[in-house]
Design a protein around this ligand. Structure first.
Ligand SMILES: [Fe+2]
Ligand SMILES: [Fe+2]
Length: 248
């Protein structure tokens, strides 16, 4: 049986051992989190590039998806959402049309009206987007998938793919639908010139309670000058994708 002094040495050695173990564990935990953050950022970057590629297929300069992020964030804040929610929407909303990568060019780029079959194929981009974004447990990708699959739902229930109506459509999708509509109207397309901001706002107001959530439209109209100024600023400054990538 060890004498008292030896027992104390034994306890001290055990305590030291435990301390080293806790330090090691802490370091491993930090390294694991750093690695996870890097992988998430790389994944997010790749998905944004894929979204940009999908958008280029649709004849855009690539800045539309960046604008959608910033405008969605501004509109979320105008709707009194938290800064955290709004920031996440800025990072998620740019991927709303990522599913267009899976739509054949002869449909996506068709200058004339689509046949019913082509329309059906085109409408699949919403669900395809959610599939590409996957069923991740990482919040920003979950929100991005939610936006992708709901940004063509309509407040009156006549949208696609699920025909959701009213509050059953997640707020992220309701907000993105409004900024997507406004931004698409105010940019030049191959088949038409951009509408003026005034005309686009009138067209938006006309869809209040039809395509879009009345509260979201009201918040947009009440902040239209600021939102439009932001649209112009993003177009001129073209912030990099880095500002849209999640950095937890
Ligand atoms: Fe879309
Ligand atoms: Fe869009």
């Amino acid at each position: 049986m060890p004498v008292q002094g030896e027992a104390r040495c034994f306890d001290e050695a055990a305590a030291r051992q435990m301390e080293l173990f806790v330090q090691d564990f802490g370091r491993m935990y930090r390294e694991r989190n750093d690695a996870l953050r890097e992988v998430t950022r790389a994944h997010h970057g790749a998905l944004l590039q894929l979204s940009a590629a999908a958008e280029l297929k649709d004849d855009d300069t690539g800045v539309h998806i960046v604008r959608i992020g910033y405008l969605a964030e501004a509109l979320a804040l105008a709707l009194d959402q938290s800064a955290g929610y709004a920031r996440m929407l800025r990072k998620a909303a740019p991927m709303h049309d990522i599913g267009k990568i899976g739509i054949p060019d002869h449909v996506l780029k068709k200058p004339g009206p689509l046949t019913p079959d082509e329309r059906q194929l085109m409408n699949r981009h919403a669900a395809m987007g959610a599939e590409i974004l996957g069923r991740s447990h990482i919040p920003v990708f979950r929100m991005a998938a939610e936006v992708a699959v709901t940004h063509h739902e309509r407040w009156d229930g006549s949208g696609y793919p699920a025909g959701l109506s009213g509050d059953a459509i997640p707020l992220s999708g309701r907000i993105t639908a409004v900024v997507d509509f406004f931004d698409a109207l105010t940019m030049d397309r191959v088949y038409r010139r951009a509408f003026s901001v005034e005309t686009a706002l009138e067209m938006l107001a006309a869809e209040k309670g039809r395509a879009f959530d009345p509260a979201v439209v009201d918040a947009f109209l009440a902040n239209a000058a600021d939102i439009d100024a932001l649209r112009c600023r993003v177009t001129l400054e073209r912030p990099s994708f880095d500002d849209l990538i999640d950095s937890p």
